[in-house]
Design a protein around this ligand. Structure first.
Ligand code: ADP
Ligand code: MG
Length: 671
């Protein structure tokens, strides 16, 4: 005769406050394989405690407990989980089906925990349900079934993985006597036909009557064992066919994901609200980073078009000594043509382009052919040099070359007004352009030039004017023919052959007592400002995410509290700590991910909106040709999702660990 279970001097003591409760006190008992044992006794006599010990849900305080030769009294968490998963099937008084799973899915849970494929386990679960007479209830949820049907489902679940031992704690306690008798009949038949060892706790003498032996407990001790002579030990008549070794496998990742996702659907509003917290944080981060990336890229692109090898040179003005507000600011070194030539002569200099701005409020009329229009001279630097680059290709003719320049470039809007019928912009190129300047005191003068080209830009009045014309106009305006020789140009753009020579060149030029500025330096500052801005915005987003993480943690704590009993059931069915932890961590990750997903979408949209507003603004300022300012590169999209999921995982770590650590016995008692 094969023994399944042997207890010797088994004791279990509980601490209730200062008082020690001896729930079980020195039990000696051997249960044969295939035996049907009833545990009876008054309430509080220790029946459930014993059953929990047999099932590996609890560990004894003293004595020994052997199951199939395994010393459960010494077993660790892992061995006891293994014991539950492989050898034991639990049946509870209150059925303990998982409420959100159908009968079929409930029955399949032990197989899912054992890593059996979904289709395979559902086939087996359906077969099992057929055996307990529930083939018509496969897709029903527990709430849609009667107590008897639920308990039969629970019996099917306890049997699905072909355990050697079924432990039932008052399985008929919540059923009427007729249904109870049906369930007991079912268990009895299983014991007889398949030789499964059965230990049933009961109050009911009718139930106990099915058993071969009845163990009477009182105050944690065995007071009597009665035996039915007629009963045959099932294992002697047929014996329990050893369970086909369910491959010891883990809960599959796919099932973890699926279960976690389904569990989220149980509290959709709460979980969505929690996800909204993550969403807000992610929106901020995505919008900020995308804008940062876009602006940085655009700035760099524009600066690259202008050329990082450029050095801007301005005169240095002497500090006004004393407090004479009328003192003329005298340039230390005026940028006279000689100075320009000197710089041009320096090694590694490709070109030197002087810039000269005309006085404000100049009254200028342009005459081309028969047309005469008021015009505005574009600043020689400003938008053209420092602003965003326009398309450099002129619409017709050419634009100013580097170095010295002469001629006129018209903007398209102005050129349109000059075109005769059937004329194109090309026809304007080479035409004579006459400017008429008028001094405030009325004196006028004509300057002639010729049209160099037409360019695409904003406005209808702007002309770019060559340096030669500017010099002539300024000299006339101030009545000083040698104004350039004495006062010099306003600024120079010096282009070096290579970025590497810029620092040397800057040094040489500054030795001439001139001020310099290079795009590289400006770019550095721009990048620093941008980085600072990003860090600031990032902290806001980060703070939002911190709050969101607390929200996720809180939601998970609530979910775990609500599902404490289910966690107990899962553990009784063989779920390991790691699997429980994984289930809840993944659930938290999903909350983060959902928030991240929508945060990414809204963040990108917000970026587009900011982009649109910025473009409106820039166009109003007359700056066109600016690319996307808000860009969501793939790494940002992916990063945002990963980050959001990570927030969820981090926030879920502690709650999940708590769920994993829950004592299954206490969890099962949880209401
Ligand atoms: P039964 O199932 O026979 O009604 P139990 O096994 O549930 O009895 O309980 C036996 C005794 O142990 C009771 O006095 C009960 O109060 C006590 N007990 C059971 N579990 C705990 C626990 N976790 N903490 C403290 N006392 C407990
Ligand atoms: Mg009990």
């Amino acid at each position: 005769m094969q023994e399944t279970i042997r207890l010797s001097a088994l004791g279990r003591q509980f601490q209730r406050g200062d008082m020690a409760v001896q729930a079980l006190d020195g039990l000696d008992l051997t249960i044969q394989s295939g035996e049907f044992v009833a545990l009876v006794g008054p309430s509080g006599s220790g029946k459930s405690t014993l059953l929990n010990l047999l099932g590996g849900l609890d560990r004894p305080s003293t004595g020994e407990l052997w199951a199939d030769g395994v010393p459960l009294h010494m077993a660790g968490e892992k061995e006891r989980t293994d014991h539950r998963r492989r050898r034991v099937g639990f049946i509870f008084q209150s059925f303990n089906l998982l409420p959100r799973l159908t009968a079929l899915e409930n029955v399949a849970v032990p197989l899912m925990l054992a890593g059996v494929e979904k289709s395979q386990r559902e086939t087996r679960a359906a077969e099992m349900l057929r055996q307990v007479g529930l083939e018509h209830r496969l897709r029903h949820y527990p709430s849609e079934m009667s107590g008897g049907e639920q308990q039969r489902t629970a019996v099917a679940r306890a049997l699905i993985h072909k355990p050697a031992l079924i432990l039932a704690d008052e399985p008929t306690g919540n059923l009427d006597s007729k249904t109870g008798a049906e369930v007991m009949g079912l268990l009895h038949a299983l014991n007889e036909e398949q030789g499964i060892t059965l230990v049933v706790v009961t109050h009911d003498a009718d139930v106990a009557a099915y058993a071969r032996r009845t163990v009477h407990l009182r105050d944690g001790q065995i007071v009597e064992i009665t035996q039915k002579e007629t009963a045959v030990l099932a294992s002697e008549s047929g014996g329990h066919e050893l369970p086909p070794q369910v491959k010891r496998d883990r809960l599959h990742a796919g099932d973890i994901l699926r279960s976690a996702f389904r569990n989220l659907g149980r509290r959709p509003v709460r979980n969505l609200l929690t996800a909204a917290g993550v969403l807000i944080g992610i929106i901020t981060l995505v919008a900020m980073v995308s804008f940062g990336v876009g602006v940085q890229r655009e700035v760099q692109r524009n600066f690259a078009t202008i050329g990082l090898e450029n050095i801007f040179v301005r005169p240095r003005f002497a500090e006004g000594d004393g407090f004479d507000p009328f003192a003329d600011f005298e340039a230390a070194t005026p940028i006279t043509p000689e100075v320009v030539d000197e710089i041009r002569g320096l090694p590694r200099v490709v070109s030197v382009t002087p810039a000269l701005s005309l006085p404000q409020g100049l009254d200028i009329t342009l005459i081309v052919g028969d047309e005469s229009l008021p015009v505005r001279i574009s600043d020689s630097f400003g938008e053209a040099r420092f602003g965003f680059a326009r398309s450099n290709e002129p619409l017709a003719g050419e634009s100013f070359a580097e170095g010295n320049s002469a001629g006129v470039v018209l903007v398209a809007g102005l050129a349109d007004q000059l075109l005769q019928e059937d004329q194109t912009y090309e026809d304007l190129v080479g035409e004579t352009a006459t400017f008429i300047l008028q001094l405030p005191r009325g004196e006028t003068r004509e300057f002639t030039s010729s049209i160099l080209g037409v360019r695409d830009s904003f406005g209808r009045r702007t002309v770019d004017l060559g340096l030669a014309e500017r010099v002539a106009m300024k000299a006339w305006w101030f009545g000083q023919p040698d104004i350039i020789q004495t006062e010099g140009y306003d600024a120079l753009t010096v282009r070096a052959t290579d970025l590497a020579y810029v620092p040397d060149l800057i040094e040489t030029i500054e030795e001439l007592d001139l001020q310099t500025q290079s795009l590289e330096a400006i770019l550095d500052v721009a990048n620093q400002v941008l980085t600072l801005l990003q860090v600031l915005l990032g902290s806001v987003g980060g703070l939002a995410l911190l709050v969101a993480a607390l929200g996720v943690a809180n939601t998970m704590m609530m979910a775990i509290y609500e599902r404490t009993r289910e966690i107990g059931v899962l553990k009784a069915l063989g779920a390991s700590r790691g699997e429980i932890r994984a289930l809840f961590t993944v659930e938290a990750a999903f909350i983060g991910l959902i928030g991240g997903f929508f945060g990414l979408i809204f963040g990108a949209l917000l970026g587009r909106l900011a982009d649109w507003i910025a473009h409106r603004y820039l166009i109003n300022e007359g700056i066109t040709g600016v690319g996307d300012l808000s860009i969501v590169p793939p790494w940002l999209a992916l990063g945002a999702l990963v980050f959001a999921a990570l927030i969820g995982i981090l926030a879920g770590l502690y709650p999940a660990a708590r769920a994993a650590r829950l004592d299954p016995v206490a969890a099962l008692r949880h209401e």
